[in-house]
Design a protein around this ligand. Structure first.
Ligand code: ADP
Length: 562
């Protein structure tokens, strides 16, 4: 950058001898000026390329590091993050904002350093030529600076606002992708389009506002430059007239004006520097906020904690309360529960009763506000987090698959994929036949979230994943959506395989699952209100009977519909 800056004053400096002597006295050899020009521009070009490339490279490496850190935050974030920020917001911050931030700042730094140095070099040359005139130029610089500062504040504000608006717009798209069936079923297209348009227009207005702020800064700087130039020319002319023998030669004057004109470009870019800097900082700030504000999951297990490689699977809850918010009723209210190793327990109850919360407590996706959760007699807070989570396999309602091969999805998290084991698990999950028919068998890519699989197949894929993990405790959140009888039968069979020899906690919606359970826990308003076997609970004639009645009615109508 320094090299490139130093070549700048050399250009007007060439004009001086050319005009003073080159044309009039012919004292310069003809070839010298063209050769110097070629050399000068070659050196300048190489210097500019090298500086830009080197800086971009540093920035690119920095971007990789920042992104990696941000993604690491995402992977280890406390689960509360996912309640606060949407997927598109997080994707935006990690993928786009970091990119915008770094590229803008690189541009800003390039301009600042290269143009800053150029301005210094040109000013030095100007002072050497005529210090009095140069002083006048310098007086005008602070005026420009103040004007630009005012503009920069406004631009910063608008830039932040438009980032938020971009997020909201992306969120509408995300929602409409997720809920595409609902939107069609409810004919909500017009409504959604209107929502999109409002936000889209809002974004347009903000963009125009930002453009007004940034576009105004350039002409203002130029007008001020023009003003300065006029004053200088006027003074130089009057000085030359007053004292014709003074040192102001034609060549000297042209070189001076030339240098001033060359100052305009870099000054203008420097004036514009607020633009990339504010944009870049505002963009990166969101990433930095994400880094600073996101808490890592606490893993405060004492280092002496001695936990087995594989738990037996004995779970105890002692007067456990869970409060998500201070002002709402607790999601779990003084729950006592003991599940022996190998037992299958079905959780039933109306929606909002706290079943999901109870299941989420065990792998510490949710923290107990008070009370104790024990696994094999050891408080789960004393288990190292990774070791604790190693004890659980989860089959949840919404099956989530990664855009990878069937084998990689089944062996999720495994360092090396045991293909024979994948095959066995697929067989146990009643999915081997379907997978064998795929073009590349277990190496077939399933696509985003395995959308090419049917609902029942995806569930069996999830069960195969749980089987592969072979954890002592199985957490099951049965899908509420009904499958056809054949599919249902296969899923049920696969689940029975998965439950074999494991402690199982299942949020049950199906009668068949409930009937298979060793014990049924009936929950309501965060409490366990009844428990026992199906027969015992039916005799009790309480909430279970009412729930069972409606479930039986649903099952009966489903069978009737067959
Ligand atoms: P169930 O699984 O039985 O339907 P949940 O455990 O999901 O019940 O919910 C129990 C209560 O906790 C509900 O009142 C629900 O609104 C509340 N709740 C669940 N998850 C959250 C959360 N992440 N933030 C705040 N409240 C929650």
């Amino acid at each position: 950058m320094l090299t490139s800056a130093l070549t700048e004053p050399a250009i007007p400096a060439l004009l001086k001898p050319l005009l003073d002597r080159g044309f009039t006295q012919g004292a310069l050899p003809i070839w010298i000026v063209p050769v110097v020009i070629i050399v000068l521009f070659t050196v300048r070009g190489i210097a500019q390329f090298a500086s830009k490339y080197a800086l971009s490279r540093v920035a690119a490496d920095g971007m990789v590091a920042v992104r990696q850190q941000l993604f690491d935050r995402l992977l280890h974030a406390d689960l509360s993050l996912f309640g606060q920020q949407s997927a598109s917001q997080l994707a935006n911050t990690i993928v786009y904002e970091v990119q915008i931030g770094s590229s803008q700042l690189v541009q800003a730094f390039l301009n600042l350093a290269r143009d800053g140095l150029t301005v210094v070099a040109l000013l030095a040359y100007l002072i050497y030529l005529n210090w009095k005139l140069t002083l006048i130029v310098l007086v005008l610089v602070p005026v420009v600076a103040v004007v630009l500062k005012v503009l920069s504040r406004r631009l910063y504000k608008v830039t932040r606002e438009s980032q938020t608006a971009t997020d909201e717009l992306a969120y509408v798209v995300e929602e409409n992708v997720l809920a595409h069936r609902m939107v069609r079923l409810h004919a909500a297209q017009a409504q959604q389009a209107a929502r999109f348009e409002v936000l889209s227009r809002q974004l347009r207005n903000l963009a125009l506002k930002a453009t007004r702020a940034s576009a105004a800064s350039m002409p203002i700087a130029q007008i001020i430059t023009a003003l300065a130039l006029s004053i200088i020319i006027a003074i130089a002319l009057s000085e030359g007239q007053g004292n014709p023998t003074d040192g102001v030669t034609v060549g000297g004057f042209v070189a001076f004006i030339g240098a001033i004109l060359m100052l305009v470009g870099p000054t203008r870019r420097l004036a514009d520097i607020i633009n990339p800097i504010t944009r870049g900082v505002a963009a990166l700030e969101r990433g930095i906020e994400l880094m600073d504000s996101v808490h890592r999951e606490v893993d405060a297990a004492p280092s002496h904690a001695r936990t087995p490689e594989r738990a037996r699977g004995d779970v105890t809850l002692k007067r456990v309360d869970v409060h998500y918010n201070d002002d709402t009723a607790p999601a779990l209210d003084a729950v006592d529960l003991h599940v022996s190793a190998g037992e299958t327990v079905a959780l039933v109850g109306p929606s909002g009763a706290g079943k999901t919360t109870l299941v989420n407590l065990l792998p510490r996706f949710v923290q107990a506000s008070s009370g104790q959760v024990l696994l094999d007699g050891t408080d789960i807070a004393d288990w190292p987090l990774a070791a604790l989570r190693n004890q659980f396999a989860l089959v949840s309602q919404e099956v989530t698959m990664f855009d990878d091969s069937v084998a990689a999805n089944v062996a999720l998290g495994a360092r090396e994929i045991d293909r024979a084991r994948v095959q066995r698990c697929l067989e146990q999950a009643n999915l081997a036949e379907h997978v064998a028919a795929l073009p590349h068998g277990i190496d077939t890519h399933v696509g985003h979230n395995a959308t090419t699989f049917s609902g029942g197949q995806r569930q069996r894929l999830a069960i195969a994943r749980a089987l592969y993990k072979d954890a002592p405790i199985l957490l099951l959140d049965e899908a509420t959506s009904a499958l056809d009888t054949q599919s249902e039968h296969w899923v049920q069979e696969a689940l029975e395989q998965a439950m074999k020899g494991r402690t199982t906690l299942v949020i049950a919606h199906r009668l068949s699952t409930i009937n298979h359970a060793d014990r049924i826990i009936v929950m309501d308003h965060g409490r366990i209100v009844e428990q026992g076997t199906h027969v015992e609970l039916m005799k009790l004639g309480g909430l279970y009977v009412r729930l069972h009645g409606s479930a039986a009615a649903v099952a009966a109508s489903a069978t009737a519909a067959e």
